[in-house]
Write a protein that binds this ligand. Structure first.
Ligand code: CTP
Ligand code: MG
Length: 228
């Protein structure tokens, strides 16, 4: 099943605190985003990579050292929030096309083709599918530094990307969000708002999003383990 992927890459990496976009952090000698891009560029089912970037960083993205076919990349401008960066990518696709669209965080370099294939298959069957893993920790609700309750974690999952959708569904969800001024932290939250059922497939705990400084040594360790 062929698909296109939108990769939002126009953030600033504030929580990582490097003073530059964390996607250019070197991991195993290459920029973080180069690892992410190569997974999709080397996947024959991936037709196009729509990369949403800050315009002033375009040259940096163009000079990345990549192993895959860089001619599959098309650029769009990022927006103020991640959701806007994805929306810009979405509007670059002809709305009439019958295609599957994936959204994958630039900051998740350890996604595998196996998990991509699983979520693509599920979205092809059901229209909307996301990747996640069951929560491992005990989760409590806290207010004013005091525990309010322990939440039953048996039905809680941590959500990752990729998230995969039939184009028409993702379009409708983004349109709803625009009209209602709704800002979500992922695409599925918008699709939930239009009451379309979102399926889940189990991913892998190492599909981390590099977000804060300590994720750098987790990232280095995962990369090393994978290259053995
Ligand atoms: N992103 C984007 N456009 C934005 C904000 C984020 O394309 N306006 C992208 C990031 O580049 C990243 C992904 O969305 O690949 C997930 O976002 P996050 O991990 O929050 O990255 P940043 O926004 O860069 O980090 P922070 O929130 O700490 O500033
Ligand atoms: Mg952010």
């Amino acid at each position: 099943m062929n698909y296109r992927v939108i990769i939002p890459a126009a953030g600033q990496g504030k929580r990582m605190g490097l003073g530059y976009n964390k996607l250019f952090l070197p991991l195993g000698g290459r920029a973080l985003i180069a690892h992410t891009l190569d997974v999709f560029l080397q996947d024959s089912s991936c037709e196009t990579v729509i990369l949403s970037t800050n315009e002033e960083e375009r040259e940096l993205f163009l000079s990345l050292s990549l192993k895959g076919d860089r001619s599959k990349i098309t650029f769009v401008n990022g927006g103020v929030e991640r959701q806007h960066s994805v929306a810009n990518g979405l509007s670059s696709i002809d709305a009439k096309e019958d295609t599957l669209v994936l959204v994958h965080d630039g900051a998740r370099p350890f996604i595998t083709r196996e998990v991509i294939a699983k979520v693509v298959q599920k979205a092809n069957d059901n229209g909307a599918a996301i990747v996640g893993v069951p929560v491992k920790d005990t989760i409590k609700r806290i207010q004013s530094s005091v525990v309010q309750e322990t939440i039953d974690r048996s039905s809680l999952w941590q959500i990752q990307t990729p998230q995969a959708f039939r184009l028409s569904i993702l379009h409708e969800a983004h349109q709803w969000a625009r009209v209602n001024n709704y800002l979500g932290t992922d695409e599925a939250s918008l699709v939930e708002k239009i009451s379309y059922p979102v399926s889940i497939v189990e991913g892998s705990y190492d599909n981390i999003k590099l977000t804060t400084k300590e994720d750098i040594y987790f990232g280095e360790a995962i990369l090393q383990a994978k290259s053995q």
